[in-house]
Design a protein around this ligand. Structure first.
Ligand code: F6P
Length: 326
């Protein structure tokens, strides 16, 4: 039998569509199982600064369809210090919070891992990031919605690219991961994707040009993952201007538009399943694990494994993109 009676829930790092569905699922599932719930505002910052409210079932009504996070979020520098984490622990004690549910990405789960080790607090993580860069889950909350935002944008860019016979570099988010770029390229019928995972292996621009991107087409769209490793879309546009001045080049940086919007059905269902599973995990006395879904089954992934940054990009996807863009 678990000793947890009261949980605190927070969202941390970059917001992701579906975080609200996860907050709703965690809250309702906790209450269903007889636990009380405290909402912690602005991620770990709210834990350090004591921004906490009681959460009842009604607090999470009518939010499943909303992007962003009703709990707000932050990237908290104080929590990276021992003093900040001490203040956070004291806040937990004041509010009788026995366990934490953290919805966020790599940085947030890293913070949770350190905190759990230092203060022996049960922490359960939910993968919430548009980047999809957490190991141990097929997809993260927000990734599918961001992909759909990307394909909507690229469909529109294609109209103008075709009309003007232009080469477009479209930059998408992902921090240092190429999932959004690669799958965004496949789903939008783009001609190529330039991703950090392969940046040291091959000159991806050279490869794209050498493959004869104009063989059968007048316009082309290349999706570039933002990253210091790729250099971003501007970098490639500059290179084309210098090395292949015959091409008419334009750049679109999609930016934070990718983080907003109503979550897709996929993200709502994913967030709901993960949220309910987080409470199951706590009731089973699990701690310091991220909940994931692999092959449609719930899995528990130790924080140390989830945040290792080694979720591989499937080469088969690269081949599919190459074959289908002839
Ligand atoms: O991790 C999510 C993400 O959107 C990344 O794709 C991006 O690099 C980063 O956050 C942007 O962060 P910020 O909103 O702090 O500029």
């Amino acid at each position: 039998m678990s000793t947890v009676k009261c949980i605190g829930i927070l969202t941390s790092g970059g917001d992701a569509p579906g975080m609200n569905a996860a907050i709703r699922a965690v809250t309702r599932s906790a209450i269903y199982n007889g636990l009380s719930v405290k909402g912690i505002y602005r991620g770990f910052r709210g834990l350090v600064a004591d921004e906490i409210v009681d959460f009842k079932s009604q607090n999470v009504s009518n939010i499943i369809q909303m992007g962003g996070t009703i709990l707000k979020t932050a990237r908290c520098k104080e929590f990276m210090t021992p003093e900040g984490r001490k203040a956070a622990y004291e806040t937990m004690q004041r509010h009788n919070i026995d366990a934490l549910i953290i919805i966020g990405g790599d940085g947030s789960l890293t913070g949770a891992r350190i905190f759990a080790q230092e203060y022996d607090v049960p922490c359960i993580g939910l993968p919430g990031t548009i980047d999809n860069d957490l190991y141990g889950t097929d997809t993260t909350i927000g990734y599918d919605t961001a992909l759909n935002t990307i394909i909507d944008a690229v469909d529109k860019i294609r109209d103008t690219a075709t009309s003007h016979d232009r080469l477009f570099f479209v930059e998408v988010m992902g921090r240092d991961a190429g999932f959004l770029a690669l799958n965004g390229a496949i789903a939008s019928g783009a001609e190529a994707a330039i991703i950090p995972e392969f940046s040291t292996e091959v000159d991806q621009l050279e490869e794209f040009i050498k493959n004869g991107f104009r063989k059968s087409k007048n316009s082309s769209i290349v999706i570039v993952a933002e990253s210091d490793l790729t250099g971003g879309a501007m970098h490639y546009a500059e290179r084309v201007k210098n090395e292949y001045p015959q091409y008419d080049v334009r750049v679109t940086i999609l930016g934070h538009v990718q983080r907003g919007g109503r979550p897709t059905a996929h993200d709502r269902i994913l967030a709901s399943r993960l949220g309910a599973a987080a409470i199951d995990a706590l009731m089973e006395d699990q701690r310091n694990v991220m909940i994931g879904i692999v092959n449609d089954e719930i899995v528990y992934v130790p924080f140390s494994r989830a945040i290792k940054n080694d979720k591989p990009v499937k080469r088969q996807l690269v081949n599919v993109l190459r074959e289908l863009s002839i």
